[in-house]
Design a protein around this ligand. Structure first.
Ligand code: ATP
Ligand code: MG
Length: 535
């Protein structure tokens, strides 16, 4: 039944090292790619496997020493498949007996000369599920050289923090937007997206075609709202910001400034003097500092018993905050937090756009301060829920998306930022993060090891590959697979939301996708809201 898909026969292998297959002489080695999804037929089990390496072999070295000449096509053909052949390495990931309907982890291997064949559409949907009325699975792409959907289990995806990795231009943002669309469509979690480069809310550029793709607000106008740090810019791009975002000086804690030590070029002594100020003025420390006059500083320093030089440096460097128009010295920052909590509570997803204010300083400051406050709120809500155990009090699962995650989660910052805390506490408080990053090696190992599902496009750097595979067993084959992905729109998916690692050609984010996603069964609760305009 599978003869036309036959690839070869198993020759050697072990449970630990994986299997080796001799490629059938009818098949060309160039058809066999790393990352391909194949099936091995044992006597009792079917083994779902991934091709991890391909190699040329010869039965005797003679033929290699005296290779056929360029013209001798006949001799080449005679040798091929007997004296010379291709060996393919596979790693079985799951196995299934005839009686079972769900594949299990691999505990044995198939016998000698077991048949290997390309996977069929049924195999793929048996392993990865099907996007159907169970509303569990979401099509994210197709296996290499196949035209059938590979699905991600969304229930499992939102259960843990996740990562989307790959070097620049490989399709991380497109993948993230796809995943978010699936989660919003099926109402699996409410999302707060810190959109540094204005790519998620409204039309974003598509490099190759130079055209535009739709943002989430365009796909789900009723369930997504745009908050903006730079409403001028949001308007210029044709979108209407729903809420303008402010940060108040008294929401900025010294820890936030410490996180930005590099951006501000601050010495630790300056941070220490910030503590001296806050001992005196509490929450108002920053507003107080920025209201001083340069010439008063020597006296103030004396009064505080702090070092004059470092107070001066702190004053000079933090004065930069005054030039950021979204930083205000009144209570509009609290207004922003309230709005965010209110929207999320109603199940409305928030894309927070940075407009032109997309520098690292603004991004780190805003994302950290807002997320910390939202997280505090979730802790309270969770405690209430545990007290009443009333299902209507159950907080709505929240996923926070951040780009350039290594800036928040490098080994120094991961202990200081709220995102390190969220990643480590798992989903105790119904909050998880989705981190998007091109340099996973810059992220703290402890955080990476908490990442449930990793979707990884091409990475070249050995350190990055290693860190994406942190905590994954049997990674030897996967390394080669990762390094051999296409430069665009291909990804290796592994972890909590897929039963086995799989390489996909990412689903095309285009007109057809918009159509498909809008024709899917509507989300259980369609959330309507009245546009509340600021001002
Ligand atoms: N699923 C997809 N559907 C359509 N086009 C895609 C898809 N994935 C990637 N592309 C193409 O690849 C380009 C780069 O993708 P994307 O912007 O997501 O890369 P990135 O990894 O986020 O890059 P950077 O690190 O620079 O932010 C897109 O502009 C688009 O042309
Ligand atoms: Mg991007």
């Amino acid at each position: 039944m599978t003869t036309n898909r036959e690839l070869g026969l198993i020759t050697t292998g072990s449970l630990v090292e994986g299997l080796e297959m001799k490629l059938s002489p009818e098949r060309s080695i160039e058809e066999v790619k790393a990352g391909k999804f194949v099936v091995v037929f044992g006597l009792l089990h079917k083994f779902f496997s991934l091709i991890t390496d391909v190699r040329l072999d010869a039965s005797s070295t003679n033929v290699l020493v005296n290779p056929p000449s360029k013209e001798d096509e006949v001799l080449r053909q005679v040798l091929s498949g007997t004296s010379t052949y291709a060996t393919v390495e596979l790693r079985p990931m799951l196995m299934l007996t005839q009686e079972e309907d769900e594949p299990k982890p691999v505990k044995t291997i198939p016998p000698h000369f077991a048949l290997v064949s390309e996977a069929t559409e049924e195999d793929v949907s048996l392993v990865f599920g099907r996007e159907d009325s169970t509303r569990k699975f979401f099509n994210i792409g197709s296996p290499l050289d196949m035209d059938t959907p590979v699905c991600i289990n969304l229930d499992r995806f939102v259960e843990r923090s996740n990562g989307i990795f790959g070097k620049s231009g490989t399709g991380k943002t497109f993948l993230t937007r796809l995943m978010l669309a699936g989660i919003i469509k099926y109402d699996k979690a409410v999302n707060l997206i810190f959109d540094m480069h204005n790519e998620y809310g409204w039309g974003s550029r598509r490099e190759e075609t130079g055209g535009f793709v739709k943002g989430l607000k365009q796909l789900f106008p009723e369930n997504v709202s745009i908050f903006s740090l730079d409403s001028e810019s949001t308007r210029r791009r044709g979108a209407k910001p729903d809420v303008e975002v402010f940060i108040s000086l008294d929401q900025i804690e010294i820890e936030d400034i410490a996180l930005l030590q590099n951006e501000f070029r601050l010495h630790t002594t300056a941070i220490e003097s910030a503590y001296a100020i806050s001992r005196r003025y509490g929450d108002r420390w920053l507003s107080e500092l920025l209201s001083w006059k340069q010439e008063d500083i020597p006296n103030i320093a004396k009064e505080l018993g702090a070092h004059q030089e470092s107070i001066s440096a702190l004053y000079r460097k933090l004065s930069r905050l005054k030039t950021l128009p979204f930083i205000v010295d009144d209570n509009r920052g609290e207004g922003t937090i309230k709005k965010i909590i209110e929207y999320l509570g109603r199940g409305i997803n928030i894309v927070l756009e940075f407009g032109k204010r997309n520098n690292a300083l603004a991004y780190l400051l805003v994302a950290n301060i807002i997320s910390r406050r939202i997280h505090d709120h979730y802790i309270e809500k969770t405690e209430e829920y545990f007290a009443t155990q009333n299902s209507t009090d159950k907080p709505r699962q929240l996923m926070i998306t951040i780009e350039e995650a290594h800036k928040f989660l490098n080994p120094q910052s991961a202990r200081q930022t709220i995102f390190g805390t969220i990643a480590r506490e798992l989903r105790k408080y119904f909050v998880t993060i989705m981190i998007v990053d091109q340099r996973p090696s810059g992220i703290d190992d402890e955080v990476i090891s908490q990442i449930g599902t990793r979707i990884t496009a091409l990475l070249n750097d050995e350190k990055d590959i290693q860190s994406v595979l942190t905590g994954v067993s049997n990674t030897s084959g996967l390394r080669a697979v990762l390094a051999s992905l296409d430069t665009k729109q291909q990804a290796l998916i592994l972890g909590h939301a897929v039963p086995m690692p799989v390489v996909v050609k990412t689903r095309e984010y285009d007109e057809r996708f918009y159509k498909e996603i809008s024709s899917l069964p509507e989300s259980g609760k369609v959330l309507k809201y009245i546009d509340e305009l600021y001002g």
